[in-house]
Design a protein around this ligand. Structure first.
Ligand SMILES: [Mn+2]
Length: 362
């Protein structure tokens, strides 16, 4: 398990590279060019800026999250081929600076949704919260206002260029079924995965967040069966999954430790975090500790350790604690605490394995 940490770039993040370096066991950053619209080829000069930051800090840049997929690809429009060509060129460029894994998602219109970015918890900390009933009665435009109108930061997944066309996009998705979306994903993967394979890059699709339909939009990365189908579209180690325990964990039916075992070898990137799911379907992002949420994080890390996971992992999100002012979900303190919990479980399983081998005289 190679630990990495999402970072939004100089001037765009409250966390510094020096701080990231001081978290035990963190080797690299997870990055993207936040100001390049989906579908465009990433400009070399901007990639080189990250390369410079990486070299100066000693943190590698092997993981990119995300190279966003243009809506025309998801919709299967004739213009998709142009955007897929750009995607391939971006893959080649990223390979040339040492990128090994590219996370992406195939969620229509927006990447993720919460109804409250700073919901207060009993201990006074705040965290991202999803209220199911609120979403059901909410105009999508209102949700956009709540999430994207953040004066301090642009929000990944809520880029102005796609949200500016929100009603147009909803209209375009009218009548698009899960099967349609799935066949558009297959078309994309059949084109892109051979290129990724050529450049020794592993693609990892991020599950839908939350893992069920919202605003009537189709969702196709919600559970074990969905992921199995996608991995079977193109049978290549470069066609993988970014297994996010937080996204999948918002549905208590998802057995994530079982997925870690079943999809071993096809998980280039692990997002590991906990959520507490309430009986009414609401959920809140808690600390990483198993006891604090509904997802058995200790069991998931154990599954990774036992299957000999060699991919990248990040703590995904954290709460906002100790009065930290930060991007929602992306503070320093709680993510760093989360990492130490993940290492604690990982190291104890590694020690058990060593003891077993020594006991059997191997
Ligand atoms: Mn995630």
């Amino acid at each position: 398990m190679k630990m990495v940490f999402r970072w939004y770039g100089e001037g765009n993040d409250t966390v510094t590279l020096n701080q990231i370096k001081q978290i035990p066991g963190v080797e690299g950053i997870v990055w993207m060019l936040h100001d390049v619209p989906a579908g465009e080829e990433w400009p070399t000069d901007k990639i080189m800026t990250y390369k410079k930051w990486s070299e100066e800090s000693g943190l590698h840049l092997e993981v990119v999250e995300s190279v966003n997929v243009h809506e025309d690809i998801k919709l299967g429009l004739p213009s998709r081929d142009r955007y897929i060509e750009n995607y391939k060129k971006t893959i080649a460029k990223l390979a040339s600076v040492g990128v090994k894994t590219i996370c992406y998602n195939f969620m229509p219109v927006f990447d993720w949704a919460r109804t409250d970015l700073f919901k207060e918890m009993e201990d006074g900390s705040t965290a991202l919260f999803f209220e199911k009933a609120k979403i059901q009665n909410l105009d999508p435009m209102e949700l956009v206002r709540q999430i994207a109108d953040n004066p301090d930061f642009t929000m990944p997944g809520w880029e102005p260029e796609r949200l500016g066309r929100l009603s147009e996009l909803f209209e375009a998705y009218r009548g698009v079924t899960e099967d349609d979306l799935r066949s558009n994903l297959r078309y994309f993967l059949e084109q892109v995965v051979p290129v990724a394979e050529h450049y020794d890059i592993k693609m990892g699709i991020h599950p839908d967040d939350p893992p069920f339909s919202i605003f009537g939009l189709p969702r196709i990365v919600k559970n074990r069966d969905d992921i199995r189908r996608i991995l079977d579209f193109v049978d290549s180690p470069s066609n993988g999954v970014t297994l996010c325990s937080g996204s999948l964990g918002a549905n208590p039916d998802n057995d994530i430790a079982a997925m870690v075992k079943e999809f071993a070898g096809r998980i280039p990137f692990a997002h590991i975090r906990n959520v507490k799911v309430y009986d009414n379907g609401d959920f809140i992002e808690t600390s990483h500790r198993t006891q604090d949420g509904s997802v058995d994080i200790a069991g998931i890390v154990r599954a990774y350790a036992e299957t000999g996971f060699t991919g990248y992992a990040r703590p995904d999100h954290g709460r906002h604690i100790w009065d930290e002012k930060c991007r929602p979900g992306y503070g320093l303190y709680d993510r760093a605490l989360g990492i130490m919990y993940l290492w604690g479980v990982w190291d104890s399983v590694a020690r058990e394995k060593t003891a077993r081998l020594e006991g059997s005289g191997q």
